[in-house]
Design a protein around this ligand. Sequence first.
Ligand code: FMN
Length: 194
Amino acid sequence: MNRRFLFVLGSARPDGNTELLARRAAEQLPPDVEQQWIDLTAHPLPDFEDLRHDSDHVRPAGGSAGLLLDATLAATDLVIASPLYWYSVSAHTKRYLDHWSGWLRTPGLDFKATMAGRTLWGVTALAHEEAAVADPLAGTLNNSAAYMGMRFGGVLLGNGSRPGDVLKDTEALARAKTFFAGEAPFARFPYESD
Ligand SMILES: Cc1cc2nc3c(=O)[nH]c(=O)nc-3n(C[C@H](O)[C@H](O)[C@H](O)COP(=O)(O)O)c2cc1C
């Protein structure tokens, strides 16, 4: 299967630091790797409704949910590009992840088996100088990948507050150059020992 990267953009503003950093990393991908970029503000998902224990979830017929589901299923590599909001992923991003819970219960999708073995990556921008404050975001993505049986490539962090600030973070730009290189290990929950 040729590699196909899906970039899910979760900022609440256009042309922000997270997208700028993700695009810098994506520039390094070989030309035969397909890229799809979906901005969650341009394709808003409905509120997630938890029907798991009442009835089957139904495969979305078109709309933003259908677009995102099809793109997710087609991706070998899924990049969650979310700014750090309150130390975790943005609400747009969280809502996308919540929809996975419905897709896991949608007959005929085999969502978990399909995603298993694929790679989840994270890109984030944050205003705080110390990267450790983004640990909850990294934990959310790592544990979600572990639950899904996915590989996890880690989180590319960049610093900035105003749009464009991240382009002054030379260390982040250097990390972006090699971020997608190499094979990511299978994700493990923190309690799982080596
Ligand atoms: C709702 C909201 C919550 C935020 N929470 C944090 C935070 O917890 N820690 C932090 O360092 N920066 C926080 N920020 C700042 C953003 O992470 C920062 O401006 C980042 O560059 C935004 O990325 P973007 O340009 O891709 O939207 C917050 C910004 C907003 C709007």
